[in-house]
Write a protein that binds this ligand. Structure first.
Ligand code: HXC
Length: 257
């Protein structure tokens, strides 16, 4: 399938998606989101893909939702088309997905990065929710996800003032897992994604689902969920293979079964 707003490349078991609207700093318009969703749907059904990396350019991961597209939207149009709901498909993607963020990740760009499983940031990354400066507020999960990542005080300050966070502050606050030099970002993201993709895919998917439960339930329910999923792993060939390989002092050969 040809894409106009993203580039898609498969490297072994990793799919690399690059947001590609350089003239608009990768502003996220409806076409781009539709292409991203279509690509993710293909990766979901492609057994050879074990992990996805989502990245942008050196200057911008994404500078937000496309303000020019959004500016004339009426309430009724927004309501009838359920504007933004299609973005949720990224957060419902079941395989691991890593955001590799350089430059601006603002508004919807920051929200898109937070929908991924974790964020690796380049030293020049800047995160922010500047919607208040446009007379709106975050609408793709920012008020909820940013608060869970960095806590109420920082999230409230960022959403109420539009202040940007640099990469070091983002790492300190728990928004990103690690910061790396800009020229190593993609290489490092691919290395991490390949590592994940070399493990058992069903086990990685169940692990992702279990970690995500922590955001949606009580501790007791989350631990109960984890226990049941953990038990079910003993029905997989990959559990047998992984543990036998350790005992036999050899590398495991996971079969994704
Ligand atoms: C549409 C955008 C854009 C955006 C940048 N551009 N951000 N177009 N939507 N979000 C366009 C500019 O209009 C310009 O196009 C070109 O990209 C380069 O941008 P400049 O502003 O000239 O670049 P620079 O001076 O380097 O400033 C970079 C910047 C600034 C600080 C990131 O572009 C900026 O503030 N952008 C808006 C950030 C923002 O408010 N994001 C939140 C959007 S609301 P031309 O044609 O003039 O060259 C949002 C809501 C989410 O995301 C809620 C639901 C999804």
């Amino acid at each position: 399938m040809g894409y106009e707003n993203i580039r898609v490349e498969k490297r072994g078991r990793v799919a690399l998606v690059t947001l590609n609207r350089p003239k608009a700093l990768n502003a996220l318009n409806s076409e781009l989101i539709a292409e991203l969703n279509a690509a993710l749907a293909l990766f979901d059904s492609d057994d050879k893909i074990g992990c996805v990396v989502l990245t942008g350019s050196e200057k911008a991961f994404a500078a937000g939702a496309d303000i020019k597209e959004m500016s004339s939207l009426s309430f009724v149009e927004a309501y009838k088309t359920d504007f933004i709901t299609s973005w949720d498909q990224v957060s419902r993607f079941r395989k691991p997905i890593v955001a590799a963020v350089a430059g601006y990740a603002l508004g919807g760009g920051c929200e898109l990065a937070m929908m991924c499983d974790f964020i690796l940031a380049a030293e020049n990354a800047k995160f922010g929710q500047p919607e208040i400066t446009l007379g709106v507020m975050p609408g793709a999960g920012g008020t909820q996800r940013l608060t869970r990542f960095v806590g109420k005080s920082k999230a409230m300050e960022m959403c109420l003032t539009g202040r940007m966070m640099d990469a070091a502050e983002a790492e300190r606050s728990g928004l990103v897992s690690r910061v790396v030099p800009l020229d190593e970002l993609l290489e490092e993201a691919m290395r991490v994604a390949e590592k994940i993709a070399d493990f058992s895919l069903p086990i990685a998917m169940m692990t992702k689902e279990s970690v995500n439960r922590a955001y949606e339930t009580t501790l007791a329910e989350g631990v109960r969920f984890e226990r049941r999923v953990f038990h079910s792993m003993f029905a997989t060939d990959d559990q047998t293979e992984g543990m036998n390989a350790f005992v036999e002092k050899r590398a495991p050969q996971f079969k994704n079964s």
